[in-house]
Design a protein around this ligand. Sequence first.
Ligand code: KIV
Length: 294
Amino acid sequence: MSTPVDTTSASPYGTLPPTSTPALRKPISLPRLLEMRARGEKITMLTAYDATFAAVADAAGVDCILVGDSLGMVCQGLSSTVGVTLQDMCYHVQSVERGLRRSQATAWLIADMPYGSYLESREQALRSAAALMQAGAHMVKLEGGGWTTETVRFLVERGIPVCAHLGLTPQTVHALGGYRVQGKSVEAAALLKTQAHALQDAGAALLVLEMVPAALAAEVTAELTHCATIGIGAGKDTAGQVLVMHDMLGVNLGRMPRFVRNFMTGAAGVREAMHAYVQAVKSGEFPDNQLHAW
Ligand code: KIV
């Protein structure tokens, strides 16, 4: 059970809207996300790691907030996501969940299962997923196809919604040899498609496709019947899009991936930038396949 947030005492720091703010849109649920996919409305997803940015993203109309293990890089200063622990993830999920309750609390909250939290066994995965759900997540995300398919099935059968993740899977960056585009060869594309179908059959409702050729992402999206693809560096023809918040706000400390747009350009503030992102994705204006010519 999460503890109610005290909104009565004034804070000298940044204040969030009180819990009594009337909701302006219906809360996003899993059936609603799948309905959006079915009628061709693009799904918007953005990462957030703390209460304030989560509340702002929610108020800006973002459909899904992902507490990504990218927090290892953008919050903790690590060089990869491998060092992020389950404890770290639960801390950030709790913060985001509190922020959502201080806003409209309408966004769908997804939590990454961090490196090492589902490698040992399906039972270990279930314990880790349960900890993230108790921290406030509505869905967990885990990387990979192949052996992870049975883990996805095990969690879904136990009532835990799952988002899968194929293509560039940052937790295996050392095995992949760097942050490289995936699925370029005929064999790699065929394997990715097979894995996507298997993950859908295992019950994954969402599937992040990261850094794969736009044509491959479009084919996977068209072939899957009850799993919505969410692209990042995967072209415009996926069912939805996700970006790392710091990237789209132009505060990336490293090299900006070429598929990212800085939505702060021309925006009066963070909320406006996030709203511009939502509108650009919904209208199909972002991303631009020219920038995805892998
Ligand atoms: O950790 C993360 O932020 C992610 C997104 C890049 C999809 O997995």
